[in-house]
Design a protein around this ligand. Structure first.
Ligand code: SF4
Length: 382
């Protein structure tokens, strides 16, 4: 039976990390192991923002590895596609991660600067060819430390989706072009963490790309399991989301990667029923704030367009801005251009021949500031 441990974090992340392993009866690292710790550092955000994995959890995981006799401990990440080259190293240096590495005498690596392994014709859901960091294979163990968040396309981003950071940056958009949920499941067949520890220690949670006003979590928690599907299912339930509605979870279970049925998961430690809360998904928030706004093609667009677009829309929502007139925003290839309302094409994927500049924001990824400026013209202040 799969086990998931839920532990409260008062102040000491190391004790909480050890308690979670103890609950599970797991010792994932053996003497001499080379270990990759894979946090979520998709952009250079504040350490305790809840947008990225808290460096204190990364430090706890690294200290555990060193205490267990690991011969090499590496903190590695490949940040989001929409980050500029100049912003990649700051995902480590401005988030407190490089300080953790320095303090413990371990390495941090930006995957983009190192070797990748190429995979071809893996499945219909994945691009014909894609590359995965060589660190996922050269290390004996992977400790996956994602952060608890919702996501516009995949509903949640937890343990399974966190492995997308192992892809070469240029290949990430192509993972969105076929079937993102199934592609994530395929990636989870290739990259197999020894343990997954979800960081739910921020005071708030939100969606990727929405850090303006998070929603309160309640208790500061770690959720840990060797089963990525089960820990994701518990993460969903914690946020008040039915795991059966989350494709990566159900498809992951179908693929034999773990258990999605919570009645068959041994949940140890804190009581889930007492902790769970109801998170508002970004699409619900946008529907409520802007009933006359349509966004199409999100299933074909990648985070390069989605994150800056959603960040800006959610910020407008939180400022109680109002749409001036019905608007359709089209993303991804084959945009569904309306005849009866104003529209805006976002990103090079959505551009078609002969588009008027007034209706387009070009770029791959498009410029964050340009999205901000151009969207503002469609809204009026509260
Ligand atoms: S145009 Fe946008 S959706 Fe298309 S690949 Fe570029 S960033 Fe991704």
């Amino acid at each position: 039976m799969s086990k998931v441990s839920i532990v409260k974090v008062e102040d000491n992340y190391y004790d909480a990390f050890l308690r979670a392993l103890d609950d599970l009866g797991e010792k994932p690292v053996a003497r001499g192991d080379r270990v990759l710790i894979k946090p979520n550092l998709y952009e250079p955000k504040a350490p305790d923002s809840g947008d990225i994995t808290n460096p204190r959890l990364v430090e706890a995981a690294a200290r555990y590895c060193l205490d267990a006799g690991a011969s090499r401990v590496i903190i590695g990440e490949g940040p989001s596609y929409y980050q500029s080259e100049a912003n990649l190293r700051p995902c480590f240096t401005q988030t407190g991660i490089s300080e953790v590495a320095e303090r413990l005498g371990i390495e941090w690596v930006l995957f983009d600067e190192h070797q990748y392994r190429t995979f071809q014709n893996i499945s219909k859901a994945t691009p014909d060819e894609f590359r995965v960091t060589e660190y996922a294979f050269s290390c004996d163990k992977i400790i996956n430390v994602p952060v608890l968040k919702t996501h516009y396309q995949t509903t949640v981003t937890l343990a399974m989706k966190n492995l997308k950071g192992c892809l070469k940056r240029e290949d990430k958009p192509r993972f969105h072009h076929k079937d993102l949920d199934r592609a994530i499941v395929e990636l989870n067949r290739i990259v197999r963490p020894a343990i997954n520890v979800i960081d739910a220690t921020a005071r708030t949670t939100g969606s990727i790309g929405s850090s303006y006003r998070g929603q309160p979590i309640g208790e500061r928690l770690l959720l840990a399991s060797t089963d990525a599907v089960a820990v994701d299912a518990v993460g969903c339930a914690l946020m008040g989301i039915d795991p059966d509605t989350v494709q990566t979870v159900t498809l992951g279970a179908e693929a034999g990667l773990g258990e999605s049925d919570l009645t068959k998961v041994d949940i140890i430690g804190e009581e889930l029923k007492r902790l769970n809360f109801k998170v508002k998904l970004p699409q619900e928030q946008l529907r409520q704030s802007f009933p006359q706004l349509e966004i199409t093609g999100t299933d074909k667009a990648c985070s390069g367009c989605l994150i800056p677009l959603l960040s800006n829309l959610l910020m407008l929502s939180e400022r109680n801005a109002r749409l001036k007139a019905p608007l359709r925003i089209c993303l991804g290839t084959e945009p569904d251009i309306p005849e009866d309302r104003t529209y805006l094409l976002v990103g090079d994927c959505a551009l078609t021949r002969g588009d008027e500049a007034a209706n387009c924001i070009a770029g791959c990824p498009p410029d964050h500031e340009e999205i901000h400026q151009r969207l503002a013209a469609f809204f009026k202040p509260a």
